[in-house]
Design a binder for this molecule. Structure first.
Ligand code: SF4
Length: 214
């Protein structure tokens, strides 16, 4: 189409949504290719997302088309990223896939002081690597264990700390919502969850998390 004027672009994070593994089908690849000019590339991130640059004026049209093809679209930057998951190898129900889908629906895209990576895993084998992410959830038996403050990078890499064990799905949603709220309110700009938790203090954090009403 030979558009000479360089139009401003926006970066979108896209994936196939929460399912048995992080997969894309032919239709999804085709619709992505449609929005990819010859001189551009898709960026593959480490967090089960693809980055694609869309001309600003075509953003809404692209999102609608992507979603119609079963792709999920998320903002890029200081937001909660889409929930990374394991492959649910033992079955969707047993491994809590509906809970992961609901959790993702509630938190992905929320603005936070620094990019927040949440990870979910359906059993203690931990293929979704919940303990090296900002927020980690591990289903253990019937309950959900909640971890936070994992740091995967740097020489001071550290596993996440266990905050709650054996939560029900409803309790899990509430605790995660509240944790993100506290972090969004008290975290400094560009302060990672790990650093925030060290500064804020675990005791104070637990106290705030246990308050139902503010
Ligand atoms: S964490 Fe458990 S359920 Fe999930 S893929 Fe690994 S072994 Fe399977």
């Amino acid at each position: 189409m030979g558009m000479e004027v360089t139009e401003k672009t926006v970066k979108l994070a896209v994936n196939g949504g929460i399912n048995f593994g992080s997969k894309l089908n032919a239709r999804q690849l085709l619709v992505l290719a449609k929005y990819l000019p010859d001189d551009q590339e898709l960026e593959l991130t480490t967090f089960q997302q693809l980055y694609i640059e869309i001309p600003e004026g075509r953003k809404e049209e692209a999102v609608a088309e992507f979603e119609a093809a079963g792709l999920s679209c998320y903002p890029v930057g200081s937001f909660v990223k889409s929930l990374r998951t394991c492959n649910f190898c033992k079955g969707a129900e047993e491994e809590g896939m509906p809970v992961a889908i609901e959790l993702n629906r509630r938190i992905a895209g929320k603005p936070v002081p620094f990019t927040l990576k949440p990870a979910y895993t359906g059993c203690p084998v931990g293929c979704g690597e919940p303990l090296v992410n900002d927020i980690g959830i591990m289903k253990v038996g019937e309950g959900y264990n909640l971890y936070a403050g994992g740091k995967s990078k740097g020489q001071d890499a550290a596993p996440a700390g266990l905050l709650f064990e054996q939560l029900t799905p409803e309790e899990l949603y509430q605790k995660v919502d509240r944790l993100i709220e506290i972090y969004a309110e008290h975290g400094k700009k560009r302060e990672q969850m790990h650093k925030f938790m060290n500064r804020f203090g675990k005791e104070q954090l637990m106290e705030a998390l246990n308050q139902t009403f503010r």
